[in-house]
Design a protein around this ligand. Structure first.
Ligand code: SF4
Length: 109
């Protein structure tokens, strides 16, 4: 009788460990996807002429673009100074590259 209690306890402990480990993995997956970079093919990106590399912006199609403009110098960019990517409120749930550009670019004050 006592042995089965120990076995049950061991099974329960393993179940709890598996549950916690599974929860952590799911949480890590959610966090990773929340920090995915915006793709140029995302509908919102297409609408704003988002380019992951600002130097690739076609100036004939985007006359507002000027060399040197990028997300890192945009007023909406919320990434830390020197970061490779950061949050932009125009792209909820994803990050924009610090080197990217879109037609909503506004000079950082
Ligand atoms: Fe980058 Fe600014 Fe456009 Fe956001 S609004 S994607 S920070 S250029």
């Amino acid at each position: 009788m006592k042995i089965s209690t120990i076995e049950f306890s061991s099974d329960r402990r393993q179940f709890m460990l598996n549950t916690v480990a599974g929860s952590l993995l799911i949480g890590a997956g959610v966090k990773a996807s929340a920090q995915d970079l915006v793709s140029e093919s995302d509908p919102q990106a297409l609408g704003l002429a988002y380019k992951a590399d600002a130097t690739k912006v076609d100036k004939s199609k985007q006359p507002k673009y000027a060399a040197g403009q990028a997300c890192s110098s945009c007023a909406l960019y919320q990434g830390a100074a020197g970061s490779a990517a950061g949050i932009c409120p125009l792209f909820a749930g994803k990050q924009v590259s610090a080197k990217a550009w879109c037609s909503a670019w506004a000079k950082k004050a």
